[in-house]
Design a protein around this ligand. Structure first.
Ligand code: CP3
Length: 349
């Protein structure tokens, strides 16, 4: 599949091969920033209907490739499809975010959950990937993804988003063995899920540990990194990216994961991160998402400065977290075009 790609920059960058310019995409590029997305979404009962209808998921996956000119598509789905497939359904409450009517708090709750059966419970994502690959017709690579076990654990125990996730973190102190058994079940589900995404055509996969930053370093090692390492060890078919938001304290350890790319958030100094992580890995990121509120000339300056610091090879340009829904797509284009033009010029020199 890979060899029929017309633009494989992101794959070459991920593998550490030389590129003629820096590839660029945005986390959360498929979504509310695009009027075309909002138009599709408005016709439906809700977010979950969009996620579970392969034809529509494929359509909104490709929208940013058409309208923002990014170098990769990311399959339109959510990290919360895994808890659902394990037996813990979620709702997406308009303007508030995810909500789990039932949560996990006891051994019995964990026993009731199953390891996700991808074929029977996540077939709609697999179908969406196959359709997207067909419709993309090799224009750009397709990124598959999953939530990191710890981030999914947070939602499954807490039941919704939270500033502190103190209910979820309480379990790490009061019943660590229970937490481990849930984390292992999520990990086993995730490995199968990512392998199925790859078999269906995902060219690269990313693990999102959005809540890494709320853990103290020792807990991060024990309750998150350990499971991410299992996933990295199990996936060898395509390059894998680990994005652990806020885990500045774990950068050196992340350099030792069996993955190709490490995502940086915008609080992480680029040169310091390169030193801590080492020369081998590709780095992804990390412009402040709020920089896209700035006047165009400032966006250009900030993007060029970011590119200079990353050094044009072994870099996949992105923001330091998902793009905010109220960002003007024209500003995204300024970012994308600056990455393309400036990096092409600098690589040449
Ligand atoms: O473009 C893409 O990146 C692909 C699609 C994607 C979505 N969610 C669609 C979505 C991806 C990769 C995700 C991952 C995801 N989901 C994460 C990890 C990345 C991150 O941002 O840290 C997390 C933590 C979630 C859980 C989640 N889903 C939350 C907290 C919310 C509500 C907040 C919000 O943005 O509204 C969602 C909903 C969601 N997932 C939307 C989209 C486009 C918005 C809902 C809508 O369109 O109605």
């Amino acid at each position: 599949m890979t060899n029929t790609l017309k633009n494989d920059l992101i794959l070459r960058a991920a593998r550490g091969e030389r590129v003629e310019r820096v590839p660029v995409w945005l986390m959360r590029q498929a979504g509310r920033i695009l009027p075309e997305y909002r138009a599709v979404r408005a016709k439906l009962s809700g977010f979950i209907e969009l996620v579970s209808t392969p034809e529509l998921a494929a359509e909104v996956t490709i929208q940013p490739v058409d309208h923002l000119d990014v170098d990769a598509a990311i399959i339109f789905s959510d990290i919360l499809v895994i808890p659902e497939a394990m037996g813990l359904p979620y709702e997406m409450v308009e303007k508030r975010g995810p909500y789990f009517p039932e949560t996990v708090s006891s051994e019995k709750d964990i026993q009731k959950l199953k390891v996700a059966d991808v074929a029977s419970d996540l077939g709609y994502v697999i179908e969406a990937i196959k359709l997207t690959k067909k419709e993309l017709n090799g224009r750009v690579p397709l990124i598959g993804f999953a939530g990191a076990p710890f981030t999914l654990f947070c939602y499954m125990v807490e039941g919704s988003g939270s500033k502190t996730f103190s209910k979820a973190r309480r379990m790490l102190y009061q019943a660590p063995e229970l937490a481990h058994s849930l984390l292992q079940k999520i990990t086993d589900s995730t490995i199968q899920y990512l392998k199925a995404q790859i078999a269906a055509g995902a060219d690269l996969v990313q693990v999102f540990d959005s809540w890494a930053g709320i853990l103290p370093p020792a807990h991060y090692e024990e309750f998150s990194m350990k499971y991410i390492a299992q996933i990295c060890d199990a996936i060898d078919e395509v390059p894998i990216t680990v994005f652990a938001k806020g885990a500045f304290f774990a950068r050196e350890a992340m350099g030792k994961l069996d993955c190709r790319t490490i995502g940086l958030d915008w609080n992480m100094d680029i040169r310091e991160s390169r030193q801590l992580i080492g020369p081998d890995k590709t780095l992804q990121g990390n412009l402040d998402p709020c920089a896209l509120y700035a006047p165009d000339a400032e966006i250009v300056k900030a993007t060029q400065s970011m590119l200079d610091q990353f050094g044009f090879q072994k870099h996949i340009a992105n923001l330091g977290h998902g793009v905010y829904p109220d960002i003007n797509p024209e500003k995204v284009k300024v970012f994308v075009n600056t990455v393309k033009e400036y990096s092409a010029r600098c690589v040449e020199e």
